[in-house]
Structures are given as structure tokens and as C-alpha cells.
Design a protein around this ligand. Sequence first.
Ligand SMILES: [Zn+2]
Length: 174
Amino acid sequence: MVFDDLSPDLADFARALVDAAGAAGLQPRVTSTLRTRSQQARLYRGFLANPRRAYPVAPPGYSAHEYGEAFDLVVSPMEALADVGYTWQQWGGGWDGADAVHFELPGASDRARQKGREQEGKSPFLVELASSLPFGLPLSLVLDFLGIPASARKSITPEQEEYLRSITLRSGLK
Ligand SMILES: [Zn+2]
């Protein structure tokens, strides 16, 4: 079962949520549980290439999925995710309508961001890209280089911008 990869604190509650959604006739389907670093990096590159997709993607190292503390769930109709999310919150779990498919342990995304910051430098994602750029390049040009259209930049979360900026700064860019 997919939930076996999750934190033991989360797995039983995740199963119970899927059971409850199924009993309510919502045809629940789990679309993501634990992700490796490289899986997260691939997802994030896809997000950068197409930031208008429906749901946000954290940079590699920064996702609660990489620490087994989150899973993604879709139901039918998708609007019912709000009810499922409310149930999850009532159980003490973490859920936010801005990423409605995402269910996590309380505080999981905050912990993941903290771990991501701590691991900066050990996971040189995008450093290779950024290091090939000339010095002194403005962030906007770095974003151009990364293929993020100006019209889509408002889709980038503050964490993602912070991450990109930190990499460009560490690489000597401005
Ligand atoms: Zn998720």
C-alpha cells in the first residue's frame, strides 16, 4: 500500500481519510505520497517550465512529500476537496485551500522549508544552470534564462523566489 512509505504518524490517518472519502462516495484517488529528491526536482522543473499549472510545487528539499509527511489526494467532484480538507483539519491535520489536493501532518510544510534551508549547498539544484550565467545578471534575467515567462512570475511563491535568489546570489549573481 502506498501509505507504507509515509511517516507512521501520518499513515493510519491517511488511510482513514481515504476510507471516509470513499464511504462518502467521492471516489478518492491518492496521486502522490513519498517523493525522492530527484522526483521533486523533476516536478519542480516542470513547474518552472509551466507555472500556470493548477497546484504549486516546492523546490527540491523543501517539500513535505520528501520527508514522508504529506500525500496528495483527488476526489470526484474536485470541489468536494474543501469538505475533505475540512475533515482533515478537524482531525488535526494540515490543509490549505491554495493547494487543495495536499494533505499533511500539522506544520509539515514549515518543517520541510526549514530542512530545505539547512540543506542548501548540499543539493546544488539549479546551481549548474546559474553558474553558467555571466556575473551581475539581474534576477529577472535569471528567471528568463530558466524559462519563466514574466506573465507567470506571480505564480512563484515567496519560498521559490527566495530559493532562486539564494542560488543566484551564492553563484555570484545579483
Ligand atoms: Zn502535496
